[in-house]
Design a binder for this molecule. Sequence first.
Ligand code: GRF
Length: 189
Amino acid sequence: MKRIILFASGSGSNVENIVRYFEGHPAIEISGVLTNKRDAFVIDRCNRLGIPVLYFNKSGFAGSSLVLQVLQCMNPDLIILAGFLLKIPSELVAAFPKRIINIHPALLPKFGGKGMYGKHVHTAVKAQGESETGITIHFVNEHYDEGAIIRQFKVGISERDSVDQIAAKVQSLEHKHFPEVIEAILLDT
Ligand code: GRF
């Protein structure tokens, strides 16, 4: 079996969608979810779904090799950032080359970088009067949102769309495409 570890610190709708997609999969399984937010809703979802969750604080992440050692023990085939905001320390990037991916709710390289997450992204997209937005699935390197792009998917938006409507369109793209892209990466198809 190929093993996935997810990092998440928010609501976890992508985590839930990915877990459900791979339930009973013959070749891919979810080993667990790591989070740096003790009160993140993703933990409630995992409790409901029966998925193991591990919490770590900032010192366990960037300040020591705790998370790195946990990951090395678990030896995942793919580490997926699904709504995880901390920057990934360079030791971790180096330990898992081409094995860490992120999903960004816009068409990188536009609307990326530090501070560009959640509503901030969709507000900026609307303010720029864009006619389309979308999602970017990319490898993770030491810089926010700058790793090599794996796949992008687009959706049209109009100036009548509110920020919430843009967010909903992007979220439905994420739920539709992210699991399939993960599967293709892991099965090398
Ligand atoms: C998604 O929009 C994803 O693109 C971004 O963080 C958000 C996570 O949403 N990286 P959720 O917690 O999965 O609902």
